[in-house]
Write a new protein. Structure first.
Length: 206
């Protein structure tokens, strides 16, 4: 399976459409009453779930590119990562605006006192940093440090499934499946992660 330069824009367009479909469904579902009388918890889970799926799909790009021996697939990774950040930001926005209604004192207390929210905020900050620095301009500015910075996505890939599992009130099968998939994708990168951690440790010692 070879991705040609002519086919790449079509693949990107298809991925944009696929990533937008849950939001389009949401715009129909909320007015149509497809959620309960208190839709906030369902909205949080819906948006957070799609953020997690897109993050894991982003991490699947490299293994698929190597398996199919098609390096051009790497060029869709940023697209998927930005959609992941968009869903994560909507998830955060629903929590801030609809759940806690911008009660900043309560928001601060929740972040500090509730462990799964602490993990979620830390993960969102990592995704924010990666989204801001995902452009070619930032890649040139950061030089060899750019890849080291973007390796922090692997920490998010571990924290977000734990945040999901910790936050659900019932049912463990779905979060367990996501965590297992995340761990398998990180295991596939174990040599790269080991080298990165060693370099990070050595840099801090200096």
């Amino acid at each position: 399976m070879k991705l040609t330069p002519r086919a790449l824009p079509w693949l990107k367009a298809a991925l944009h459409c696929a990533a937008a479909m849950p939001l389009l469904w949401l715009l129909w579902a909320v007015p149509a009453g497809r959620f309960s009388a208190d839709p906030v918890p369902e909205l949080l889970q819906f948006l957070g779930g799609w953020a997690l799926r897109l993050l894991l799909l982003t991490l699947c790009v490299s293994p698929l590119a190597r398996w199919w021996k098609n390096g051009a697939l790497i060029r869709v990774r940023r697209l998927l990562g930005l959609w992941c950040f968009a869903y994560a930001s909507l998830h955060l926005g629903v929590w801030l605006l609809l759940d806690l209604q911008l009660a900043w004192g309560q928001i601060g207390a929740e972040i500090i006192e509730r462990g799964f929210i602490t993990l979620g905020m830390l993960s969102w900050l990592i995704l924010l940093l990666l989204a801001v620095t995902s452009t070619r301009g930032w890649q040139r500015r950061l030089g060899r440090h750019w890849q080291g910075l973007h390796n922090w996505v692997y920490l998010s890939a571990l924290l977000i499934p734990i945040h999901f599992w910790w936050g659900v009130k019932s049912g463990w099968m779905e979060p367990a499946l996501y965590l297992a998939l995340s761990l398998s994708l990180l295991w596939w990168r174990r040599e790269k992660l080991t080298r990165w951690l060693q370099r990070t440790y050595q840099t801090r010692r200096l």
